[in-house]
Design a protein around this ligand. Structure first.
Ligand SMILES: [Zn+2]
Ligand SMILES: [Zn+2]
Length: 355
């Protein structure tokens, strides 16, 4: 596959392994964060739709707690996990970042999951996301976090795209994605498949199989579940670009945010992810308890449907942590050579026995 067209000094993030120009996978120059005063043109259709969706989701949350059958609540939870994986394991780690490869049965499962999540076709999602990494926190980043929390959370979907995003977007290579017939099929029939996966199926299943009311099924399993996972995904762009430590690269906004990771199936280790975007774990090894997506990919790797999983060696991580981190990296463990003497002396040790 062809490498992405480089855009000189405008490049703000390493996208794939071969974009890196230092041994610890960084760009040669420090990233520049900026946003101009481009007047925001509101898109009223989206503002009205999202306002309705959030009101309906509040009603759905009420029905989830006080009215729906327990089967419907469990079903909504399962759909939340499924649609989450369609984004995290599918659009994000597989398609946008090529951090592993998947045989067609797994790609089929992931595209179905992805359609349930309704965050645009996996192809369009991947295009936006590649822009987010490549031109991170500039005007060509779709949800440029330097424009503030609200813009990076939902605001970017309520205004016209910045012209810089369109201009630089043309240079982005998506040929690897267009080569996949599964992705082309989803994009071509998206307006048919998406309502089926995101709204109709979630409403019909509870009514048909356990006699749920139409109202409960629609507001809980479709609208509340959909709005919930949308906001969880957006928190990666907003909260995880604002709050948390930066143990791997202190020059960028993305941060390690455990609470986001918990809800986003492992996508909140965002300082790591922007530092090494093509690592299929989106986090260091050892964070798997909060990284459901990594466990999901590992399972499919075991049965051979996921393969060519890319990850970063401990040595390179350590070098990068030392060179560009903010000093908040956790120790590798007791006796680590970076562990301060005072900490060793102050530690409470039960039944110590030094050999
Ligand atoms: Zn990000
Ligand atoms: Zn990413």
């Amino acid at each position: 596959m062809a490498p992405n067209i480089k855009d000189g000094a405008d490049l703000n993030g390493v996208l794939f392994e071969d974009d890196a120009s230092t041994p610890d996978y960084a760009l040669a120059t420090a990233p520049v964060q900026k946003a101009d005063n481009y007047p925001r043109k509101l898109v009223w259709r989206n503002i009205i739709l999202f306002a309705y969706l959030h009101l309906a989701a509040v009603y759905g949350a009420y029905l989830f707690l006080f009215s729906a059958k327990w089967q419907t609540d469990i079903f909504a939870y399962i759909l939340y996990v499924i649609s989450g994986l369609g984004i995290t394991a599918g659009a994000h780690r597989l398609w946008a970042h090529k951090s592993y490869k998947a045989k067609w049965p797994l790609r089929l499962i992931l595209i179905i999951f992805n359609t349930v999540s309704f965050q645009d076709s996996a192809l369009d999602w991947s295009r936006d996301h590649r822009m987010h990494h490549k031109y991170s926190e500039t005007d060509a980043d779709p949800h440029n976090a330097t424009r503030g929390f609200f813009f990076s959370h939902i605001g970017w979907l309520l205004v016209r795209k910045h012209p810089e995003l369109k201009r630089k977007g043309k240079g982005l290579d998506l040929s690897d994605l267009y080569a996949d017939p599964i992705l082309r099929f989803q994009k071509k029939y998206y307006l048919l498949l998406m309502p089926l996966g995101c709204f109709i199926m979630p409403t019909v299943v509870p009514v048909y199989f356990w006699g749920e009311t139409w109202t409960n099924a629609f507001f809980v399993a479709a609208l509340f579940r959909y709005t919930f996972i949308l906001n969880v995904t957006w928190l990666v762009n907003s909260a995880a670009h604002k709050w948390g430590h930066k143990p791997y690269d202190s020059s960028i906004k993305p941060s390690e945010n455990l609470s986001v990771s918990l809800f986003a199936l492992g996508e909140g280790f965002h300082n790591y992810h922007h530092t090494f975007p093509w690592d299929y774990k989106t986090a260091e090894l050892g964070n798997n308890r909060l990284n459901f997506t990594t466990n999901f990919i590992n399972f499919f790797a075991k049965i051979g449907w996921a393969y060519d999983l890319k990850t970063v060696s401990d040595e390179i991580i350590q070098n990068r942590v030392k060179r560009t981190g903010d000093g908040s990296h956790h120790l590798w463990g007791w006796g680590d050579k970076d562990q301060p003497k005072e900490e060793v002396n102050a530690a409470i040790r039960i039944n110590p026995k030094d050999e």
